[in-house]
Structure formats: structure tokens, C-alpha cells
Design a protein around this ligand. Structure first.
Ligand code: FE2
Length: 206
């Protein structure tokens, strides 16, 4: 007979929609265009869009369920990145490395067309295209950011350890990620080196 020290939590049902709606989520947060100061290489394009918007434009949102705490628990949610460009650069999330940096994450594309942009602290870089039905398993030690390279919202379902945490400063301290995802004419998207990137420092990451 198995014994448990604590009452066992009950399973929960989530209903996940291609729009990013998530029935059963416990938290929602939104990022607006003014939250993205300093993120894009073309600050002129970003500031021009800030100044001409009637209100502080929503650029991405997250719905998530954090049901339990601890190293064995999961955070499950949806991320919705709205389409946009700043200069040639496609709309991105701020991106992060997990504070407990060995924690992996699943991203499964529900709708739209996007790229998961991935860097290691040591200088490897990858850009993986996602469309509905495709997923990427992001291992630990990879800085990651979602990029919308389409004309519709880019919506992903994500799942990661509840004790992972997010280190956002590692990207801003590095001058941005190693590459930029940019418009490439009729060919769609491509990556180019980010001229402001000065390399990552591990900082307080474990
Ligand atoms: Fe993450």
C-alpha cells in the first residue's frame, strides 16, 4: 500500500482553444507596446508606433494555470503573440532563460505561424518554425523567445516545471538575443545577426 504525506491534489480539466482562450486558467497577463522599450533594433519604428497608437497597444498575452508548486508540478498555458513588424523585425515576446536553467519547456503551436528563437549562453543559436500541429521541445539551458512571422495571432500551448522561473534580464544584459528574425521579402522570414548582441553572461542563473 502506498502512503502519502499530504492530501493528493485532484486532476483538473483544461479546455484549450486555438484562439489562446484557456478555460481553467488561474492567471492572465498582457504586454503592451510600451512594455517592449529597448527590445527592437529599430527603436525609431517602435517609438513611431507608440506615438501613433490611440492607446497602449496590446502586443501579446498569456493565460496560464499554476495549480501546484514544487519541482514536480507543471505550469500549463497559452501564449498569443499578435502580428507586427518593427523595421524589418517581426513581433517578439521578451524571452527568457529559466532561472533554474535546466528546466525544459514544451511549446505546441495551436494557430498562426511563428518561430521559436533559441540561444545557448555559450553561443549556439536556432530558429524553429512552428505552424498548427507542430511542437518544439526546448531543453534546459536555452534562452527562448516566440516570434510571430505571420499575419494572424501566433498561439502556442506551453508546459514547463512550476519551479523554473524566468530570467528576463539575461537577454537585455546581452543587448538582445544573438539573432533577429526579419522579413525577407517573398521568401518569408530569415535570421540576421543582431549587431547589439554582446554575448550572454550567466549572472545569477543556476
Ligand atoms: Fe520558458
Amino acid at each position: 500500500m502506498l502512503h502519502t504525506q499530504h492530501p493528493v491534489d485532484q486532476p483538473t480539466l483544461l479546455e484549450v482553444f486555438a484562439t489562446g482562450d484557456l478555460t481553467g486558467s488561474s492567471r492572465r497577463y498582457e504586454k503592451h507596446i510600451t512594455d517592449m522599450a529597448g527590445v527592437y533594433l529599430s527603436e525609431a519604428s517602435w517609438s513611431q508606433q507608440v506615438s501613433t497608437a490611440a492607446a497602449d497597444t496590446l502586443v501579446y498575452s498569456v493565460n496560464e494555470q499554476k495549480y501546484q508548486d514544487g519541482s514536480g508540478a507543471l505550469i500549463i498555458g497559452t501564449s498569443t503573440v499578435l502580428p507586427g513588424t518593427y523595421g524589418d523585425e517581426y513581433a517578439v515576446t521578451r524571452g527568457h532563460l529559466h532561472t533554474t536553467s535546466d528546466r525544459a519547456e514544451l511549446y505546441y503551436c495551436l494557430s498562426g505561424k511563428g518561430v521559436m528563437l533559441l540561444d545557448t549562453v555559450d553561443g549556439d543559436s536556432q530558429a524553429i518554425e512552428l505552424t498548427a500541429g507542430k511542437a518544439v521541445n526546448v531543453p534546459g539551458q536555452w534562452v527562448h523567445r516566440s516570434v510571430n512571422v505571420g499575419t494572424e495571432p501566433f498561439v502556442t500551448l506551453f508546459c514547463y516545471s512550476a519551479d523554473a522561473g524566468q530570467n528576463y534580464g539575461i537577454i537585455s544584459d546581452a543587448g538582445g538575443m544573438k539573432t533577429l528574425v526579419v522579413h525577407d521579402g517573398d521568401a518569408g522570414w530569415t535570421t540576421i545577426p543582431n549587431p547589439r548582441h554582446i554575448g550572454y553572461t550567466r549572472g545569477q542563473t543556476s
